[in-house]
Design a protein around this ligand. Sequence first.
Ligand code: GAL
Length: 606
Amino acid sequence: MQPHELVYGLGLQLLSFAQRGKKKVVRVNADPKVDTGDSHAPVPFYVTTAGVGILVDTARYATFYFGDARPKPEQAISSVSSANPDPAYTHNLEDAAAAQVTIEVPRTRGVDVYLFAGPTMLDAVRRYNVFSGGGHLPPEWGLGFWYRCDARSTEDSALALARSFRERKIPCDVLGLEPGWQTHAYSCTFVWEKERFPDPARFLAQAKHSNYRVNLWEHAFTHPASPLFPPLQKKSADYGVWGGLVPDFADPAARQIFGNYHGTQLIDLGVSGFKLDECDNSDFTGGWSFPETSRFPSGLDGEQMHSLFGLQYQKTIWDQFLSREQATYNLVRSSGALAAPYPFVLYSDLYGHRDFIRALVNSGFSGLSWCPEVRDAVSVEDLLRRLQSVVFSPLAMVNGWYIKSPPWHQLNRELNNSGQQMEDWENVEAQCREIIGWRMSLVPYLLSAFHRYRLDGTPPFRAMILDYPSDPTLQKVDDQYMIGDRMMVAPMFAGEPSRSVVIPAGESWHDFWTGKAIPGGSVLKLDAAHDKIPVFVKSGSIVPWADVGLHAEAPEGKRISARLYGDASRTFTMGDSPDTLHLDGNHSHSTIHSPRYTVYEWKQIG
Ligand code: GAL
């Protein structure tokens, strides 16, 4: 490493951002408590400000020493002045003249190392994503709003909730069912619980009739009462988890058995996708996963399988949608290398709002997608701030798996479950409705960012340093991020009196909401009275802002207000097909190319 060269990546790191000077182990763990490299989705890939990316192709828990392994001193010296210590022994590693990266890959006889050349760090990330197969492109409905129902839901209660969203004008595209849809969960049978869901086909048809997709929770550990148990018995690990089998997803035959069942029994019935839970190991929760010493019939051991389990599980499910040529968008708790094409978004049981934003910022270095989901909240401010963040993320979701009513009825988990609504819940609901509406308005812009992800690997959500690699003020910024090519988001955190936002130098910006011009190279201080989430756009931007429909495919979502900032010289293009939106403010308004969208106004915002 050169002097001042900085290192980023290693997958979904929740606890740190710039990695130079650190030692990290890429170990799969659902409870990263300390900043040692543990993650739901560690990836043995990193990029540096020198404009290179390095992928170490291993499923071992490799250790990366990013300049913290130091050369041995060669010469004795006669004395050292304590007032002026030798700079070689200070700990300011980032300023060290030069350093090396050392990577230890245990229990292996050799690995392939891939070098992705820039010239910029963002180019190295793009090449890595394109090498992976290109980024995924979610269906429109996947970019709408998701709500995961209480785990005790029944057909009737889930449909009643769906109806209430429509009646109360809360946009929603996807209803998620949690463990209670199955006869047994932990481990799973993958069979509908008939008391709660007496007629799954009817339930799915009714949901579809109201333009809802249904997503099913599960994990892979297969209960002895599952129809999948007999065919998987010999195709699974020598250890079990929660009394179920651990399928050997490295064996194509096992993937086929598991996948086919999902395809014919669930996808063909109308299920739009899955939430693949608990595939990420945990060392801190007893009996939670299989040990590293496990053996799988394919020849992998438990350590290798932990690194690959999330990916192979995704592949097992995604193959079923691919063979049906059916678009899908899903959730998963673990992932790994080369995952950009997989239509799966990561989430976590941890709940630190700041850590969730750092995860979002870090995810873009390694081809991952992340959802900072909302559950309960300690205050109305906390609920609103979290909701604001999640609607500016790859997947906008409230996960109500342990609360009976949506959190805007009652924030507190116990009170929520005992049926007590907050006094001013309608007011809180109205604010949430508005925020969810922003998400619906943003869908065309998000689609354009994901189109680019698919075509050239540009992460739709990414750290500021990727776009401004030589700006020293952005090297440590892990709480602001870019969406697409022209939008920057800086979430606010409840309880914090203010936050500063670094406005990148070199171009001028506007406040997205008010249009106020902001010079590049400045630092804004925003106090907690700032009720909207701070969003900024580059001067010259055209941003499509759709009307709010009750689901993403509703006609309102095709009616666009074109928001113009500055001279509107930054043409907006969505994707590569002539069927999509193209807005050119510089020429005349008549250059809108789209049979699907109408632009009903061109609004100069700032
Ligand atoms: C957790 C998961 C939660 C919820 C829960 C249900 O592992 O992260 O979102 O699905 O399981 O038991």
